[in-house]
Ligand binder design. Structure first.
Ligand code: PLP
Length: 308
């Protein structure tokens, strides 16, 4: 069966390379039809669940994961219900509905919405977790298959970490392409740094989420993200919300593309010349994308955070 994601462009950014003093490759997941890399893993998971007989998909993500489930459901002709909390923006709900999914608004926060979603799951339904599912990691690993097929071999990979699904998938992709020696720089924002805190603590711990990079705001990472960092070289980096938003604005200037602060976090490492890049001649950044940003929203965040 054809995958639900598309192969994305991989190219050298002249502007970022000059700024960073090394070759910077971009893997442009913003161009995935549902707006982010999420469709890679969720698309594969939905196809598998459909094959196993699922008649309905249920999600509790008002963000990029929910949109990806809705997109997958429409393509597989399987109905989708997305339960979101009252805090979900009208734009996000509209995008999910545009994909033909039913949106149920429930609860003051994600935990309440998620609890209702889980209670609705019947025997012939599949619940799609946004990051904690081996099928999701397997799907995300296709990012690295495409890089390997294009004969570009970066010295390091920079990506954002929320719940750790992308990290787990990229490490799986590196491993299945014989690239286990390529290190990963795993970036979060302050207040969405569950990965950094878990590495520090030595186990997956529950953390408080305060960052505006809501897509990175998983209060707890998946065990897989924690365990791959024991077998793979992963450098954890935490940047400020300001740095993430500035990076989004710089990226808009340089590549005329809007990305969420969740993605700006990874870009901030490059724009701010983080010391973690020093030993690498060529670095690939996963431009994870995200639909919850606009030029106006970036300006507003920037004003609120007093970005210099
Ligand atoms: C989901 C998401 C992330 C984080 O991915 P995880 O698999 O949760 O670590 C980062 N950026 C964007 C735009 C996302 O949608």
């Amino acid at each position: 069966m054809r995958p639900l994601h598309i192969d994305t462009p991989l190219f050298e950014s002249r502007a970022l390379s000059i700024g960073a003093g090394r070759t910077i490759w971009l893997k442009l997941e913003t161009v995935q039809p549902p707006g982010s890399f999420k469709i890679r893993g969720i698309g594969l998971a939905c196809q598998q669940y459909a094959r196993r007989g699922a008649r309905r998909f249920i999600s509790s993500s008002g963000g990029n994961a929910g949109i990806a489930v809705a997109y997958a459901g429409r393509h597989l002709s399987i109905p989708v219900i997305v339960v979101v909390p009252e805090t979900t923006t009208a734009d996000a709900k509209a995008l999910i509905k545009q994909e033909g999914a039913e949106v149920i608004v429930h609860g003051a926060n994600w935990h309440d919405a998620n609890a209702l979603a889980l209670s609705m799951v019947e025997e012939t339904d599949a619940f799609l977790h946004p990051f904690d599912d081996p099928l999701i990691w397997k799907g995300h690993a296709s990012i690295i298959d495409e890089v390997a097929a294009s004969h570009v071999r970066p010295d390091a990979i920079v990506l954002s970490v929320g719940g750790g699904g992308l990290l787990s998938g990229v490490v799986e992709g590196l491993s299945r392409n014989g690239w286990s020696d390529i290190p990963v720089i795993a970036v979060e924002t302050v207040g969405a740094d569950a990965y950094a805190q878990s590495i520090e603590a030595g186990s997956c711990i529950e953390t408080a989420v305060t960052s505006i990079a809501t897509c990175l705001g998983a209060s707890k990472i998946c065990e897989q993200a924690f365990s791959v960092s024991k077998t793979h070289r992963v450098h954890s980096v935490v940047v400020s919300d300001q740095a993430a938003v500035s990076a989004c604005q710089n990226f808009l200037q340089d590549h005329r593309t809007v990305v969420e602060p969740a993605c700006g976090a990874a870009l901030a490492v490059v724009y701010d010349g983080a010391p973690e890049l020093e030993e690498f001649n060529s670095v690939m950044v996963v431009i994870c994308g995200g639909v919850a940003a606009s030029v106006e929203q970036l300006q507003k965040w920037s004003g609120d955070l007093c970005v210099a």
